[in-house]
Design a protein around this ligand. Structure first.
Ligand code: NAG
Ligand code: NAG
Length: 213
């Protein structure tokens, strides 16, 4: 209430973006809503519920791999890539809030980087801001469920199977190169490093066990 009053008071002074609430992990491996339309300056107010999730920026082609800041090798400003880090929460009545200010009208993609005890991203725990007609939320989530590593931002292994023939993923453009051949291991090099090993076996169990969380 205080906030609402403050907002009304400040409105004449400057234009503030809208607040868009999103619940993280309130109903299992979900962002709710899983996709929003937002304008530059809007604030996505993420409320983290138990157990221990992240909101981490990725890409359409590699839904389960943290986006790499592409400002060049000497650039050590990595805050252009949004990442809440792990937010452990024990009490559902007091979710932890983390805000993300929308920086463009372009499609922007996110996932939960938790891989223990199951892989949340390959379990479908992904989120999109401003998905487009060509790059739909549904295709993005299907990429995640198919393994989620893509091929563009990982080096070395597995750039196989350029086509995705699973139902429901329709036309996802040439960028939707999809490593279904990765066989359910949803971790790119980055997320393996971040979550520390043992993820492969767990990821295989993930899709099934996700329902238990
Ligand atoms: C949250 O998850 C991360 C990654 O699995 C882990 O390193 C961290 O210890 C967890 N935090 C808590 C409090 O369980
Ligand atoms: C997040 O945004 C909401 C709404 O604008 C605000 O009330 C809250 O203080 C912000 N929280 C943090 C941690 O910045």
């Amino acid at each position: 209430m205080k906030f609402a009053l403050a907002l009304v008071t400040l409105l004449p002074l400057f234009v503030k973006g809208a607040d868009i609430p999103v619940a993280v992990g309130q109903t299992g491996l979900t962002f709710e809503p899983s996709s929003v339309t937002a304008a530059e300056g809007d604030v996505i107010v993420f409320s983290f519920y138990p157990k221990n999730h992240t909101v981490t920026q990725s890409s359409f082609a590699a839904p389960c791999t943290k986006l790499v800041d592409d400002d060049g090798p000497d650039d050590d400003d990595d805050d252009a890539v949004a990442d809440s880090g792990f937010v452990p929460v024990t009490d559902a009545s007091t979710p932890t809030v983390w805000n993300y200010t929308v920086t463009s009208d372009d499609p922007t993609w996110f996932y939960c980087a938790q891989a223990s005890p199951v892989n949340h991203c390959t379990g479908g725990m992904v989120f999109a801001i401003n998905p487009s007609a060509e790059r739909t939320f549904e295709a993005f989530q299907q990429n995640a469920r198919n393994g989620g590593t893509g091929s563009s931002s990982t080096t070395g292994t597995g750039t196989a199977s350029p086509t995705n023939t699973s139902p429901g993923s329709s036309t996802t453009s040439s960028q939707a190169t999809n490593t279904a051949a990765a066989g359910g291991n949803g971790n790119g090099a980055v997320s393996v490093a971040a979550s520390g090993g043992a993820a492969s076996l767990l990821a295989i169990a993930g899709a099934v066990a996700a329902f238990a969380l």
